[in-house]
Design a protein around this ligand. Structure first.
Ligand SMILES: [Zn+2]
Length: 154
């Protein structure tokens, strides 16, 4: 897990590593995280760090910085400007990295690389939007960052 990584990036990697579809990840996540610690953010963050065996300081940047701590997982937290699109930095993507700050509406350039952000349309379909976004991001990472699953990015 990388600091300030996006929830969709985390989800994509988790799904690949465990060879499960996004829907199954959501069921796992709900049962093992959301159902246990509803409304207690600090408890959730500590629980996630233990569950994933990741440093608390990093987990906090991924799950503790936006909204209720679920990044863009919660549909209501994403600005409607990005509805149906996935925003990313092409150079970060080459390194297997996607951050929630890349999807901030007012941000036009990557603060790390100072290049314009790119967007990719998320296909419509019967699956939940987060599932389609996760699949799209995984597809983009596959195409641009070979080895991204093994790397510590994303
Ligand atoms: Zn970048």
């Amino acid at each position: 897990m990388s600091a300030y990584g996006s929830f969709s990036g985390f989800t994509a990697k988790f799904c690949r590593l465990n060879q499960i579809p996004p829907k199954q990840f959501r069921e796992f996540w709900y049962a093992s995280v959301e159902a246990c610690y509803f409304g207690r953010k600090e408890g959730q963050i500590r629980h996630i760090a233990r569950l994933l065996d990741e440093p608390l300081a990093v987990v906090r940047t991924v799950f503790g910085s936006t909204g209720m701590g679920w990044g863009h997982f919660s549909l209501g937290q994403r600005d409607s400007v990005w509805y149906g699109k996935l925003a990313y930095c092409p150079l970060c993507l080459f390194e297997g990295y996607h951050s929630h700050f890349h999807e901030t509406r007012w941000l036009k350039q990557c603060p790390i690389h100072c290049v314009d952000l790119a967007t990719e349309a998320v296909p419509q379909g019967p699956c939940a939007r987060i599932d389609r976004e996760t699949d799209k991001l995984a597809w983009l990472l596959d195409a641009n960052a070979p080895g991204w699953i093994a790397a510590d990015g994303g």
